[in-house]
Design a protein around this ligand. Structure first.
Ligand SMILES: Cc1cc2nc3c(=O)[nH]c(=O)nc-3n(C[C@H](O)[C@H](O)[C@H](O)COP(=O)(O)O)c2cc1C
Length: 179
């Protein structure tokens, strides 16, 4: 299954305040487990999800700098909290507040990753949306993807430095993380 030709509709797909979207991956980020809520909101069957990269639910509005930050943290063995705008199989969007953690084997090596996602507070999203838009705009100013990512990541670092916060502090300070 591929999402290559899915066009965002601008319509939101709802999920409940008490629902948790869960997935587990291998070290490359390929999905090994997705719960029923993941599949329901992504509008996909379990069989279509397992073995796929998480980018099957990637929304084009998401700046790549945020995924770089996410991967840098978890590959270094740290947990990360992040706001992510995702896209369902029919092009609908859903914002999540994700907690992504590495799992370790008995030798202390990273054996995979785990993500729990809750519905974010609207007030937190209002703080996040203009920042993500600025990051995406910065990324798009460059024809070269690597240069675009570097510039967008620098803008993210500068924005956080200006606020005197880490991304994690910023996330938790943005009016409360989830409902
Ligand atoms: C445990 C875990 C959960 C992830 N969850 C999401 C997610 O919900 N949405 C998403 O777009 N990317 C998620 N990612 C990041 C993707 O692996 C990928 O970096 C991102 O979709 C950008 O894809 P691209 O580099 O192909 O554009 C997750 C990664 C891991 C390891």
């Amino acid at each position: 299954m591929t999402k290559r030709n899915i066009v965002p509709t601008g319509e939101e797909i709802a999920f409940g305040e008490h629902e948790i979207i869960v997935s587990k991956t291998d070290t490359k980020g390929r999905i090994l487990y997705a719960n029923d809520v993941f599949c329901k909101v992504a509008e996909m069957q379990t069989n279509d999800v397992i073995g796929q990269p998480h980018s099957i639910i990637r929304h084009p509005d998401m700046p790549r700098a945020v995924f770089k930050l996410l991967w840098d943290k978890i590959a270094a063995g740290e947990e990360v909290f992040a706001y992510v705008k995702n896209m369902s199989f029919t092009g609908k969007y859903y914002w999540v507040f994700a907690h992504v953690t590495p799992s370790f084997d008995h030798a202390g090596r990273i054996s995979g990753y785990h993500s729990n996602r809750r519905k974010p507070r609207p007030v937190a999203l209002e703080a996040i949306k203009p920042i993500y838009k600025a990051l995406l705009d910065e990324e798009k100013r460059y024809k070269n993807r690597t240069e675009g990512l570097e510039a967008s990541y620098k803008l993210l670092e500068d924005t956080l430095a200006h606020a005197g916060q880490t991304y994690s502090e910023f996330v938790w300070g943005a009016g409360g993380a989830h409902v």
